[in-house]
Design a protein around this ligand. Structure first.
Ligand SMILES: Cc1cc2nc3c(=O)[nH]c(=O)nc-3n(C[C@H](O)[C@H](O)[C@H](O)COP(=O)(O)OP(=O)(O)OC[C@H]3O[C@@H](n4cnc5c(N)ncnc54)[C@H](O)[C@@H]3O)c2cc1C
Length: 422
């Protein structure tokens, strides 16, 4: 038996590849045989944990804004996103019974707040389109003859034949979900190049114990800047979290998507610095008046007891120590110079970034199969006829907000859809 299409990987990209191909065959009025191979015991293990279990399906932004959120190779995505957009995935999921809602920042979630409902809808679609799903099926290698794909070999040595194969094996992060990087190996074995792989949307490790001493403290409405030596490369306002190893939270995760080879080099040389402005809404003059007022209000108390209105309690001992002001000194005795130093600290609490955390804590993998070797209008390999790529396996990544899943839906759909013409 020869399948029209074998899809390797039952995550977001793979499921959409299978559905996209089925839609294409139906439109052409042709019968089809499509199989989706997944090595886990169920589909969508990573999908299940997305958005803290709520699944931020996509972002309801304008398409042009979508490309701004993509950090690597946004132009490569034009055809894929215009073929299958954020509206298309919402329409598909709603058609199969899962209603969606839009939250802050255009983030789209299922109304139920359960990622399992997204998976349920996709499962229904797979059944509706008569797609064969084989679970517990681990692909070991691709079968290629004279630069044409002819099938795949499983780890039990069984060979499956097909006219086309879509690789949708995902990236290298959260490997417990099944994304163990097999697709990078398959791609290399048939002659593709893979750009350097790094964890992204990932927390930062910082030097010293300052962050650890504030572990668990989450700050809203602070600004976070990233400096390569003296050059500012990132400046955003939002939420940040201190952890036992350093810095995390949305601001930090987004900053981590900027780490290209140049910034990684700077980080390894100890030149990368994260600076937190704890009071971005106040300029220096306004903050100085505020400090004067607080010190005055607490003039009889020890300095360490004068910052309760200004800072969260977990942060006070740290700031007091870093300010160099005697913690027992009466607030009324704090000098202008000391107040100035305190102000500088509040506007620029800095951390040397020593490394990122590893793949096991990274939301996505930066790097992947080289886009120069893939036709962006079909997702077909330029080297091997009938081989298609989709999802996180490709050298594509974006910031948080539903964009990474949209990359998987769009490239998956286009890969499957196009395969039906080969
Ligand atoms: C904790 C976390 C939260 C996230 N939250 C969001 C979010 O809310 N919104 C968002 O847009 N993005 C989110 N992401 C990113 C998003 O989940 C991924 O970008 C997306 O799932 C990638 O889809 P994919 O189909 O390419 O890969 P995957 O979802 O990783 O799927 C790949 C599949 O291939 C299978 N596979 C691998 N090798 C083989 C093989 N040899 N044989 C058979 N099967 C194989 C794997 O088991 C896996 O099921 C999150 C990621 C993480 C880790």
């Amino acid at each position: 038996m020869i399948y029209d299409l074998i899809v390797i990987g039952g995550g977001a990209a793979g499921i959409l590849s299978a559905i996209g191909a089925a839609i294409s065959y139906k439109e052409q009025g042709k019968p089809y045989k499509i199989v989706l191979l997944e090595k886990n015991e169920k589909l969508g293990k990573k999908l299940f944990i997305t958005g803290k279990g709520r699944c931020n399906i996509t972002n309801a932004c304008d398409i042009e804004d979508f490309f701004m959120a993509v950090k690597s190779n946004p132009k490569f995505l034009y055809s894929a996103v215009y073929t299958f957009s954020n509206d298309s995935i919402v329409e598909l999921i709603e058609k199969y019974g899962t209603r969606t809602k839009i939250e802050r920042g255009g983030r789209v979630f299922p109304v139920s707040d359960h990622s399992s409902d997204v998976i349920k809808a996709l499962d229904k679609a797979l059944k509706d389109y008569d797609i064969e799903v084989r679970l517990n099926t681990n692909v070991k290698s691709l079968i290629v003859n004279d630069a044409v794909i002819s099938g795949v070999r499983l780890d039990n040595k069984e060979a499956l034949s097909a006219k086309s194969v879509v690789l949708a094996t995902g990236g290298y992060s959260y490997q417990s979900t099944g994304s163990t990087g097999d697709g990078y190996r398959f791609a290399k074995e048939v002659g593709h190049s893979v750009t350097s792989l790094n964890p992204s949307l990932v927390p930062f490790q910082t030097e010293g114990d300052i962050a650890a001493r504030m572990m668990g403290l989450s700050l809203r409405n602070v600004s976070f800047k990233l400096y390569n030596d003296k050059k500012k490369v990132y400046d955003e306002q939002g939420e940040l979290l201190f952890t036992h190893f350093g810095l995390s939270g949305p601001l930090v995760l987004t900053a981590s998507t900027l780490l290209d080879s140049r910034l990684r080099k700077a980080m390894n040389e100890g030149k990368l610095k994260g600076v937190i402005d704890l009071k971005p809404a106040l300029d220096e003059k306004q903050l100085d008046s505020r400090l004067l007022r607080d010190l005055d209000k607490n003039h009889n108390k020890a300095f360490k007891n004068s910052l309760n209105d200004l800072l969260p309690s977990k942060m006070i001992p740290v700031i007091v120590e870093l300010s160099g002001i005697d913690s027992e000194k009466k607030s009324s005795m704090v000098t202008k110079e000391e107040r100035h130093n305190l102000l500088k600290l509040l506007k620029g609490l800095d951390f040397k970034i020593t490394s990122t955390r590893g793949f096991e804590e990274a939301i996505i993998t930066k790097g992947g199969v080289n886009v120069k070797e893939i036709d962006p209008s079909t997702m077909e390999s330029k080297l091997i006829k009938g081989l298609y790529f989709s999802g996180e396996l490709i050298d594509l990544d974006a910031v948080t907000g539903g964009y990474n899943l949209q990359i998987a839906w769009s490239t998956g759909y286009l890969a499957g859809y196009s395969s039906a013409f080969s």
